[in-house]
Design a protein around this ligand. Structure first.
Ligand SMILES: Cc1cc2nc3c(=O)[nH]c(=O)nc-3n(C[C@H](O)[C@H](O)[C@H](O)COP(=O)(O)OP(=O)(O)OC[C@H]3O[C@@H](n4cnc5c(N)ncnc54)[C@H](O)[C@@H]3O)c2cc1C
Ligand code: FES
Length: 273
């Protein structure tokens, strides 16, 4: 059975907001979980976080970075993808903690939306920091602000909100005397690594959603190996969220660049074909 694309919008340069008809997934999805999309029979598998669920539909926000995400972004409304598997991964561990902090960077802002919503609905005071390169890349701000008690926006170039990085805003919050019980950070690897360093400094547990290359998404292929606290884990089956204070970030960064050359070739070939 195919999955129909019912809405599509480019919400920032090369970032697409996609709504798919997927009733089974919508029924079971929880904050922090993801799906694996295959555009066509021969297509690569694309893991994408479920940004929102509706009665019969799911919302995915995809940034075009290579061959498969480009193919996905070019689909027209009304057409179908071959497969969407999920929901996959463990849901975020939501509880009533009190004062919480959720940080989203770049396309990671979409991934924190369900986490912020779930924490808000569980009765927490939600401090939220979202950051992007510039104003044009700030996405889903209205959706996020609905569930944020205290929303701080940063841009690298100062074109909107506070000029600086999300970690600067994180430090400012702590300086103000906010006692954060637990934090989440989702975004580029270097952002999650640096947020984890700040959290470590202040003894705050911090969930980071790891994004190693995934193949089957079921814990069988070993493709998404990550090292946490000296132990090998599979991000798809044991995660995707792990306490960033204990993640071996160097190893994750090395694994992510391993495939670069092959992917560049695939993209060039795709653009010719
Ligand atoms: C659990 C999880 C959730 C994710 N959620 C989102 C999301 O909500 N929105 C979004 O835009 N992106 C998300 N990503 C990243 C997204 O899956 C990759 O950008 C995409 O697969 C790239 O495919 P490509 O062929 O376009 O690019 P390629 O040229 O093949 O690769 C570009 C880069 O994307 C990454 N990548 C490639 N293939 C995979 C793969 N199979 N699994 C994971 N990473 C890969 C690598 O870092 C690679 O260097 C998520 C990744 C994971 C693991
Ligand atoms: S993607 Fe295969 S083990 Fe995780």
């Amino acid at each position: 059975m195919g999955y129909k694309l019912v809405e599509k919008k480019e919400i920032a340069p090369k970032i697409f907001d996609l709504i798919f008809e997927a009733p089974e997934i919508a029924q079971h999805a929880k904050a922090g979980q993801f799906v694996i999309v295959r555009v066509d029979e021969k297509g690569e598998r694309i893991p994408l976080t479920i940004a929102q669920k509706f009665d019969r539909q799911i919302r995915l926000v995809v940034q075009v970075v290579g061959k498969s995400t480009e193919k996905l972004s070019k689909l027209s409304v009304g057409s179908e993808v071959e497969d969407i598997a999920g929901p996959l991964g463990n849901p975020s561990e939501i509880d009533e903690f009190g004062n919480v902090l959720v940080i989203g960077g770049g396309v990671g802002i979409a991934a924190i939306l369900p986490i912020v919503k779930a924490l808000y609905e569980a009765g927490n005071y939600t401090n939220v920091i979202i950051g992007a390169r510039s104003k044009d890349f700030l996405i889903l701000m209205d959706d996020i602000s609905k569930y944020s008690h205290n929303l701080i926006v940063t841009t690298d170039d100062g074109s909107f909100g506070m000029k600086g990085l999300v970690t600067d805003a994180f430090r400012s919050l702590i300086k103000e005397g906010k006692e954060i019980k637990i934090a989440w950070a989702v975004g580029p690897v270097v952002m999650m690594e640096n947020c984890s360093k700040v959290a470590s400094e202040f003894g705050i547990p911090i969930w980071t959603s790891l994004n190693p290359v995934m193949i089957d998404g079921t814990g069988m292929c070993g493709g998404c190996r990550v090292e946490v606290n000296g132990v090998i884990k599979f991000a798809c089956a044991d995660g995707p969220e792990f306490d960033g204070r204990y993640v071996n970030w160097e190893d994750l960064k090395k694994r992510l660049v391993q495939y670069k050359e092959y992917e560049m070739k695939a993209k060039k070939f795709n653009n010719r074909g």
